[in-house]
Design a protein around this ligand. Structure first.
Ligand code: ADP
Length: 805
């Protein structure tokens, strides 16, 4: 190692150490190689093969995201083929440029140098050594950042990465101690060379720091998972003094005054001395690390009857108030943290203290020192809590069992009511919760229980495959798919499950799957690779429907842009239990043949590319095929057919549907069967109060010459609706039939003043005029009738007769 090499190594070591957590980490490495190769320009290139793009930066701030094609144009050095076969660090040197691969991890990291000034004479082996060091640092950095990101996301990935990380760190312990030994050997060799010794010292420090970080990380893992604490009755003051004896010499250059209060006499508590020492060392060492030169530290223990409090106070740089809640999180390093560290120490401490049943808090202000307060119970937390629990259980167990099973736990198996059709199996819990399992579903009901009071139910279903739709009121539903169990309470959701994925659309309320929650309007898409929450498509709008010529029921609605297809459920009931049809269509219309007239309940949902059903449109539709057909037949004059269609319709509805009754009565009226008409209209007016029906009833009475009945009806109608043209015209007819020509004339004129084209009103006027001997006026009226209603046969005939004289 020559002097120059020593300086270079020193340079690199301090860079790796100081910039490790910085954004400018890679750019600083580029600058390092720029100096090394005497080049004029350095670039960082980070290639992301997954997204087919590269980050290209020519300075700390100038970062550009470009495609790989653009990159190869920019580089002017052909392709990166040299590097594609291995993932090792290395470099290729051209005439005036160098491409250095730092390493391939989550991405491929390069430094590109241009305009080399001379052919520097660095030994290739030395460059490769430097590259190995950089490579190692990047690998750690990438892992730490991944870990940090996963922690923020809090996904399953976290566990995966952590396990990987743990394994990696475990493996690193050996090489690190080998490096330590190698450095010792090297030290022997370069005795006398002060520069070299200095570098070795730095390398040893860096090495120790890595080793410490790794140890802390592994501690954290252990303490969090299955920290085996072996509590003993021990003197906590002795532990503190041990720690101080170890830490003080390390920081002697800072000239810090250490004050202790209450440490002279022993202070006993039950704890694990091995772990407690680690916990206290982190806090006490921080008090030194984040202290100012010539500052002071005060360590105090305060015993009370059942606990011991340990205060560690320093006069250091303090912590920003908004950072206080974060410093116990793993990998969190404060803005003040100019010293090297991992951000793991306090996380380790916290979990150790918690494992002892104690707690830790911090009080601090920026630039105003910090005080860490740790409290642990004197008697072991485990023993204590076990004792307490035992005592409590002895006393309360019988009560818990009795009350719990009565009031709380759904223990009693109940039978579900099951409705099976070709389309779906619908399970109903007595509280009204419905689970619809469509015909493609393969499922099994694991259990359905309720508690004694019947106010808590649980239903657990395995959905191996297919579609389900759940509307739960009081029942907690556990719907298990290959990708996890959907849990819900008082919500409405759709689930689709296949071998590869399962998805849940939340139509109401909130459900959970694994650690994710989704609320109304969102869906959870789950595969074995993970879960994510997706926004659901909105309900379809502008829905309309009609009966086609051939009797089918036709729906249409506005297409939704991102819909892959639409799912339509048609049921006989509002709760969608009695399902008749389940149809999917890629179009924004659909047609169904539904034999019977009646009301149907329809749910339409757009389905997105995740196969998630969107928010539903729930509507009630009226299939009135036979009703319409009946009217059509009557208009054609096929009265018998009309009556038969209308009777079918009425039977289909299954109740006295007023619309059908009204048409049926009118058809009998048209046929001249006024008795039938009267009896049906009498039925109808009991159900609905519409002037039109009452007028027709009164007219039927008129035809039956039941004038008094008719008159009573007309008078009561006109009292209520003095300007009802139907009633006025009907009444005019009655008076005409009775021979009250003047009254008939007055009423009919009033009708025409309200509506000059009122059907048959001009015809009635003509008859009135004829009765009065005014043929001219009668002709005029008839001409009007024919003009307004060219189809009116009565008017045409009468006109013909008058013209013939
Ligand atoms: P590290 O010291 O390795 O960064 P720690 O978990 O021990 O990690 O501490 C987390 C952060 O808390 C530190 O980065 C620092 O910002 C802050 N901190 C801890 N102790 C003190 C202290 N005594 N004074 C000021 N800041 C502190």
């Amino acid at each position: 190692m020559n002097t120059n090499d020593t300086v270079i190594l020193q340079d690199l070591l301090s860079l790796l150490k100081e910039k490790f957590f910085d954004d400018s980490f890679y750019y600083n490495i580029a600058l390092f190689f720029k100096r090394l190769f005497h080049s004029k320009e350095a670039f960082v290139i980070i290639i992301d093969y997954v997204n087919n793009e590269a980050l290209f930066s020519s300075s700390e701030k100038d970062k550009e995201l470009i495609s790989l094609e653009e990159l190869s144009k920019k580089l002017e050095i052909g392709d990166l083929a040299h590097f594609t076969t291995s993932s090792e660090p290395g470099y290729v040197r051209g005439d005036k440029q160098v491409l250095i691969r730092l390493g391939k991890f989550d991405k491929d990291y390069f430094v590109f140098l241009r305009e080399l000034e001379d052919n520097s004479t660095i030994e290739e082996n030395f460059i490769l050594l430097l590259l190995q060091m950089v490579n190692f640092s990047i690998s750690l950095r990438v892992k730490i950042f991944e870990e940090q990101k996963a922690l923020e996301r809090g996904t399953e990935e976290q566990i995966r990465i952590k396990n990987y990380f743990k394994a990696l760190f475990h493996d690193l312990k050996t090489p690190l101690s080998t490096i330590a030994i190698a450095l010792d050997v090297l030290k022997e060799k370069v005795q006398g060379d002060r520069d070299a010794l200095n570098v070795i010292k730095q390398a040893k420090e860096a090495n120790k720091e890595f080793a410490d970080t790794i140890e802390k990380f592994l501690d954290l893992e252990k303490s969090r998972q299955n920290l085996q604490i072996n509590v003993k009755k021990e003197d906590i003051n002795k532990v503190i003094k041990n720690v101080l004896n170890r830490v003080i010499p390390v920081y002697k250059d800072k000239n810090i005054q250490v004050n202790v209060i209450n440490l002279e006499k022993p202070c006993f508590a039950e704890f694990d001395p091995f772990w407690m020492e680690k916990a206290l060392k982190n806090v006490i060492e921080n008090a030194f690390k984040y202290n100012v030169e010539n500052g002071s530290i005060t360590v105090e223990t305060i015993p009370s009857t059942d606990r011991v409090t340990i205060k560690v106070k320093d006069t250091g740089i303090g912590i920003h108030e908004e950072e206080l809640q974060n410093i116990f999180k793993e990998f969190y390093r404060g803005k003040n943290a100019s010293h090297s560290g991992s951000g793991l120490g306090l996380a380790v401490t916290k979990s150790i203290i918690q494992a002892h049943g104690g707690h830790i808090e911090v009080k601090s202000k920026k630039n105003n020192g910090a005080t860490f307060i740790i409290t642990i119970p004197k008697t072991s937390y485990y023993k204590q809590s076990r004792k307490r629990i035992k005592k409590f259980l002895l006393f309360a167990l019988p009560i818990i069992v009795v009350l719990g099973s009565i009031v709380y736990f759904p223990l009693i198996p109940v039978k579900l009511s099951t409705q099976k059709s070709e389309m779906a199996t619908v399970l109903t819990v007595q509280d009204g919760t419905t689970v619809r399992l469509f015909n493609d579903a393969s499922f099994s009901v694991k259990r359905c229980n309720r508690n004694l009071l019947g106010n808590r139910n649980i239903i657990s279903i395995n959905l191996m495959k297919g579609n389900a739709s759940i509307n739960s009121t009081k029942t907690r539903v556990y719907l298990k798919t290959k990708n996890g169990t959907v849990r819900d309470y008082g919500t409405e959701f759709d689930v689709k499950a296949t071998d590869k994925f399962s998805n849940t659309s939340v139509l109401n309320g909130k459900v959970s799957l694994k650690h994710l929650y989704a609320e109304k309007g969102n869906g959870i898409f789950a595969t074995e690779n993970g879960v994510k929450v997706v926004k659901l498509l909105h309900p379809v709008y502008n829905f309309s429907y009609k009966n086609t010529e051939n009797g089918a029921l036709q729906f249409s609605w506005d297409a939704i842009h991102n819909a892959k297809y639409y799912q339509i459920i048609i049921a006989k009931d509002k709760a969608l239990k009695n399902i008749l049809k389940v149809v999917t269509t890629p179009n924004n219309y659909a047609q169904f043949n539904i034999a019977k007239d009646g009301y149907y309940y329809v749910r339409i949902q757009a389905v997105d590319s995740y196969d998630l059903t969107g928010m539903p449109l729930d509507i009630k539709v009226n299939n009135e095929y036979h009703l319409k057909k009946g009217i059509e037949e009557r208009d054609k004059g096929n009265i018998a057919n009309a009556i038969s269609e209308l009777k079918t319709s009425l039977a289909d509805y299954g109740f006295n549907n007023p619309d059908v009754l009204s048409e049926l009565a009118w058809t009998y009226y048209a046929k001249g069967n006024y008795e039938k008409a009267v009896s049906i209209y009498n039925e109808l007016v009991k159900i609905r109060k519409m002037p039109k029906d009452q007028v027709r009833l009164a007219l039927s009475y008129t035809h039956l010459r039941d004038y008094n009945e008719a008159e009573t009806l007309f008078i009561s109608l006109l009292n209520k609706y003095p300007n009802d043209a139907d009633a006025l015209w009907g009444y005019a007819n009655l008076e005409f039939a009775r021979g009250n020509i003047d009254k008939a004339e007055m009423l009919c004129k009033k009708t025409l003043s309200l509506s000059k084209k009122y059907p048959l009103a001009n015809y009635l006027m003509a008859e009135i005029y004829l009765k009065k001997g005014n043929t001219t006026k009668a002709k005029e009226s008839l001409e009007k009738e024919v003009k307004y209603h060219p189809d009116c046969k009565e008017a045409q005939e009468l006109l013909k007769r008058i013209n013939q004289g």
